[in-house]
Design a binder for this molecule. Structure first.
Ligand code: KG4
Ligand code: ZN
Length: 346
């Protein structure tokens, strides 16, 4: 089964072709991405209208690039998958509109996919795919959630952030330090030269006894430190970055371990942009190895938004008979869409 995946929920246009038919692991035949980061940089964050317009410009050239990489033609595509939500309404509409138009023109069925399910299932495209059931730590720019995953479309929310997401905590702290947008990777790079114990930053909800997160207070604490340092911030920036990263990573680590303990599961899947963080990976690997827990990550380039995860999630939903692709070509998007609602639809 050849599935074309189109991702356009935020500031990346991603297109990919996945071959999910036959025995063995699904294969990524082609994958192309255009990041709008440089376009939005000047504004310090994503400008939704600019994002939508840019998706329109990029999506078809990227589709042709992917087909060329794969040595296939449009007619070879068997299902067209797109991100239906959550995300920016206008940006989602571009991907949904193009996917449905392609489907209608080619006479092929289409399927709208949940963006977070894409992240969650992206490790199945890696060389070391997980097996169900597992605990999933979903850490992206907009979401921080721990889920119990029994199978495709069977997701139980164990805990989530009550305010900012982990990626947001990275990005907002980075912005305060003048590290640009989105600053997560830049903050993490700078942190390598700093002392993680230099500043005592809060670990919100670390001992709350549940699996929820809160990162808004951390951002305020970073702001307070930055103000206190004033002109001295430049000289201490690496220390502040390292202390911020250490605080975020410690909370993510401890809560993931608590979720594993509570669920009795011995498998953890980490997905979403923050899953690319080097310190988080090191600490999770170490702690999980001690406890006999296997940790799975997507390939590094598939941690952040991409079309491959959308094609993959669609292929897995169709393969597990959880959903059927549609030939109606009428579409809507769901800018707000909790992941566990997918389970309710089963
Ligand atoms: O999953 P993603 O691409 O987009 C959403 O669905 O939100 O995640 C983007 C987030 C941003 O907040 C970005 O700063 C963060 O992931 N991120 C990182 C790293 N790479 C990406 N944060 C910390 N360390 C990294 N290496
Ligand atoms: Zn994402």
């Amino acid at each position: 089964m050849l599935v074309l995946g189109i991702e356009s929920s935020c500031d990346e246009t991603g297109v990919a072709l996945v071959d999910a038919g036959g025995p063995g692991v699904p294969r990524l035949l082609g994958h192309a991405l255009h990041s709008q980061v440089r376009m939005h940089e000047a504004y310090g964050g994503v400008v939704p209208e600019l994002a939508s317009r840019d998706h329109i410009r990029r999506v078809l050239p990227l589709t042709h690039e992917v087909l060329q990489q794969a040595g296939r033609t449009l007619q070879d595509i068997e299902t067209v998958a797109y991100t239906r939500g959550p995300g920016l309404a206008g940006a989602l509409l571009v991907g949904a509109g193009v996917a449905c138009a392609l489907g209608a023109a080619l006479g092929k069925p289409v399927l709208g996919v949940h963006h977070l399910e894409g992240h969650l299932l992206s490790p199945f495209l890696s060389a070391d795919p997980p097996e169900f059931p597992f605990v999933a730590l979903l850490v992206s720019g907009g979401h921080t959630q721990l889920m119990r995953v029994e199978g495709v479309g069977d997701y139980e929310l164990l805990g989530e952030t009550i305010d900012d997401a982990a990626g947001e905590a990275f990005d907002k702290s980075a912005k305060l330090m003048g590290l640009g947008y989105p600053g997560g990777p830049a903050l993490s790079r700078l942190a390598q030269q700093g002392d993680p114990k230099a500043f005592a930053l809060p670990r919100p909800l670390l001992h709350s006894g549940d699996l929820d997160f809160s990162f808004a207070g951390l951002k305020t604490a970073v702001l307070t430190q930055a103000r206190k340092l004033g002109d001295g911030l430049g000289a201490r920036k690496a220390d502040l970055a390292a202390s911020t990263e250490a605080a975020i990573v410690e909370v993510l680590l401890k809560k993931s371990l608590a979720a594993l303990k509570a669920s009795g599961l011995k498998r953890l899947v980490v997905a979403g942009g923050v899953g690319a963080n080097r310190l988080l990976r090191e600490q999770l690997d170490q702690a999980c190895a001690k406890r006999g827990v296997r940790v799975h990550y997507p390939e590094l380039e598939l941690c952040t938004d991409n079309g491959a995860m959308i094609a993959m999630a669609a292929a897995m939903r169709l393969g597990a008979d959880v959903e059927k692709a549609s030939r109606s070509y009428a579409f809507d998007v769901k800018p707000r869409w909790p992941l566990h609602e997918l389970s309710a639809r089963r």
